[in-house]
Design a protein around this ligand. Structure first.
Ligand code: ADP
Ligand code: ZN
Ligand code: ZN
Length: 734
């Protein structure tokens, strides 16, 4: 008698939340869990999936069972712990395992390429190319630009960087190479190791205590919340923890927010550790990403620095995870597989039985509550490191002050003083563009997006109106489209307008604007930041891009132009985000020997948030914010899931959610299904949007309910006509 053929369950990248049965390849051993396979799918497609299990028999009739076409890996790509985490995440976020696995894989592996590195090439100018007269290049502007860029890049240029110069770079490069002016070298994706590692400063008492608490804890999983004001030396503590972990022969994973992975941070790590450092972020080529991923997996990279998706990187011997700015919203993936990388690091650390450090000056209220409840250990760094003192925070009561272009007289005077003393100032304003409203003063017409329920923002530099939600652009019409009058005026202010007001007020000042518009071209942000650091800018104006991770020792004034967006917003998290942002920017003032000052313009100076800011006391804010959340049964005192739907046909998304609500099984006690409602921004990019909120006192009944309910939702006839998705622990209710 022959044994029944083994049935292999494969996770495939497709929206169906199930595993697919296949027969093991003929004559071969059954591939183990965690190995990639290529399988036939549908009529003539093939897909790359990952083996997720094995069953004695399939539910499918034998004649419909297909065979695995190829086994792509000799051994599993993940450890049992890490594959277990992926399964757990698929369960927790109610998302198909196949898509979770695809998110966790570098693109090339997802496409079925071998798990090996081919090397990454980097282009350099040759000595000939450096000295050559460019006349010989003739009238080929791209070749000129390429040569110029190579000459300006001592470390060479990667293919990603070249592509941003022009998609047609390969042809121009070929011409340069034929002349012997450029060459490429295979380069390892790992950041070059520094030769002489520099020692760090002597730790303060608080830093030493933090280090002892983290390293002194018994082996195994611990979650430490490192709460310290900006500049209190948290990064120094991470570095010391990592030093010990490396000394034990283990690896470290450091997660940073998207915008936090600055060259400054990378070079700080490089200066400290004489080891290769792999960097994982969205700007890499597919080759570079695969190279870094494999370097982590094979243990060649003792340190991995990465953004959100690096939480899934495999390691040979992971010893610690650090999450910097753990409160940052960029840790939450906002589309497709909507996971929180911060939360997954905690789940991962628990599975791998290692410590995790969540660092922030302004921990998320969820994190802080866990710490206060004793689930996480709270470590405080109350003072700034070294000689720096905390800046003085003053409120400017805008009810009494008349601003011009958004700037009140005391703020203008403070700027003038800094200019006179040759110190730097930083103005923060969370709105790019010139003005958020373009309005007719005769008839009241306001420019609105045709595809969104949103106003168009005036961008004066490009003489355009732009929608910040869908990207739509319109030229500025000279006359009002409604009354044909010529009384069109900007209302309110964005970074462009503040910049031009500053230019008028202080014609001598060197002003640097830093926002998404002014830093679109690759490398501009770095250039601008470098100029600011070298003291070549007097006033920095910008959005939250300015707030994170940069050290400007000569900034002694921080002005918050408008603090009030967020105080009374419909989003219950808005005040939390506001204080996080203000404390972040305020942290840029007076880092070295010169004391700093923070001026906040507000129409609501009596708001308790500002008292907490003035006392530099995040706990004071957390006390009342948590009390409010508790009173309203909002997270972290309850758990949320949001079912979202959108459709190009008006009313359809809402009808779908009504049908979804109607087919809900009876929920457990303490579980509440709210009525479906139109989203706060009902129309976006031409789609009508609606949402249904589910709230529960406990996680377990919430997940049990979702498990029962979602298959019913997916089976609704309307489910095929709308786009819908579930967001577990949503952080954005819009
Ligand atoms: P954070 O990460 O909390 O913002 P950092 O670790 O970046 O703080 O420290 C802020 C500044 O203080 C840095 O310039 C750092 O080099 C310096 N610093 C940190 N720890 C010490 C220390 N123990 N003694 C002197 N300077 C320190
Ligand atoms: Zn008009
Ligand atoms: Zn729009």
């Amino acid at each position: 008698m022959t044994a029944a053929p083994a049935v292999v369950q494969v996770a495939l990248p497709c929206p169906l939340d199930k595993l697919f049965d296949y027969l093991a390849p003929a004559g071969a051993t059954v591939p183990p869990v965690g190995v990639r396979v290529r399988v036939p799918f549908g009529a003539r497609r093939t897909l790359v999936g990952v083996v997720a299990g094995r069953v004695p028999a399939s539910q499918l009739p034998p004649q419909r069972l297909k065979r695995i076409a190829a086994v792509l890996d000799a051994e599993p790509l993940w450890s049992d712990e890490l594959f277990g985490l992926l399964r757990w995440a698929a369960d927790y976020y109610h998302h198909p395992l196949g898509e979770v696995v695809a998110t966790a894989l570098p693109t090339l592996l997802r496409q079925g390429r071998p798990a090996q590195v081919a090397g990454v090439s980097q282009w350099y100018v040759t000595a000939d190319g450096r000295g050559a007269s460019t006349g010989a290049l003739g009238r080929a502007p791209l070749r000129h630009r390429l040569l110029e860029a190579l000459r300006a890049a001592p470390d060479g240029l990667s293919e990603v960087e070249l592509r941003t110069l022009s998609p047609n770079w390969p042809a121009a490069m070929r011409a340069l190479r034929e002349k012997g002016w450029a060459q490429d070298r295979a380069r390892n994706c790992l950041e070059p190791a520094s030769v002489a590692a520099l020692p760090g400063p002597a730790l303060s008492t608080a830093q030493q205590a933090a280090l002892d608490a983290i390293l002194g804890a018994a082996a195994g999983y611990h979650c430490h919340v490192l709460h310290g004001v900006t500049g209190s030396g948290k990064t120094e503590v991470y570095l010391r923890v990592i030093e010990q972990v490396l000394a034990r022969g283990e690896q470290a994973l450091v997660l940073v927010p998207e915008i936090g992975l600055t060259p400054q941070l990378v070079s700080r790590f490089r200066a400290r550790f004489p080891v290769p450092i792999a960097v994982l972020h969205s700007g890499l080529t597919d080759q570079e990403r695969l190279c870094a991923w494999l370097a982590a997996r094979e243990g060649h990279a003792p340190i991995v620095l990465g953004t959100r998706s690096a939480v899934f990187a495999p390691f040979r011997r992971l010893g610690v995870i650090v999450v910097d700015e753990e409160h940052d919203a960029s840790y939450k993936q906002q589309e497709g597989f909507r996971y929180s990388a911060r939360d997954l690091t905690v789940a991962r650390a628990a599975r791998e039985r290692i410590p995790v450090v969540l660092g922030s000056a302004t921990p998320a209220l969820e994190t802080l509550k866990n710490a206060r409840d004793g689930a996480y250990a709270l470590i405080e760094l109350p003072d700034r490191a070294g000689a720096a003192a905390l800046p003085v925070v003053r409120l400017l009561d805008m009810r009494r002050l008349k601003p011009a272009d958004g700037l009140s007289a005391p703020l203008r005077e403070a700027l003038a003083q800094r200019l006179a003393r040759a110190e730097q100032s930083l103005l923060f304003l969370n709105r790019r563009g010139f003005a958020p409203v373009w309005m007719c003063h005769d008839c009241g017409w306001v420019a609105a997006c045709r595809r969104c329920d949103a106003r168009l923002v005036l961008h004066e530099g490009s003489r355009q109106l732009r929608c910040h939600h869908c990207g739509a652009e319109e030229p500025l019409a000279p006359r009002c489209p409604s009354c044909s009058g010529n009384a069109l005026r900007p209302l309110g202010e964005g970074t462009e307008r503040v910049e031009s007001a500053l230019q008028r007020l202080f014609p001598e000042a060197r002003i640097e604007r830093i926002d998404r518009d002014s830093t679109r071209r690759k490398g501009t942000l770095e250039e601008k930041l470098a100029r600011a650091e070298r003291g070549e800018a007097d006033i920095l104006v910008g959005t939250q891009m300015l707030a994170k991770g940069h050290d400007f020792p000569n900034v002694t004034l921080v002005g918050v132009v408008n603090a009030d967006q967020g105080l009374y917003s419909a989003d219950f998290r808005a005040p939390e985000r506001l204080i996080q942002q203000i404390l972040q920017v305020a942290g840029r003032a007076g880092r070295a020997d010169k004391p700093g000052e923070v001026l906040i313009q507000t129409w609501h100076p009596q708001h308790p948030l500002f008292a907490a800011l003035q006392h530099h006391n995040f706990h004071e804010f957390a006390d009342f914010a948590l009390a409010e959340r508790q009173a309203a049964a909002l997270p972290p005192y309850s758990h949320l899931a949001l079912l979202r739907a959108e459709s190009t046909r008006s009313g359809e998304a809402l009808r779908f959610l009504q049908a979804a609500r109607a087919c809900a099984p009876p929920g457990a006690q303490g579980l509440q299904l709210f009525d479906p409602v139109a989203s706060p921004m009902e129309r976006r990019a031409g789609r009508h949007r609606a949402q249904l909120l589910i709230q529960a006192g406990q996680r377990r009944p919430l997940h049990a309910f979702l498990r029962d309910w979602l298959p019913e939702v997916g089976a609704l006839p309307l489910a095929k006509r709308v786009r819908w998705s579930l967001d577990v622990d949503p952080i954005d209710l819009f």
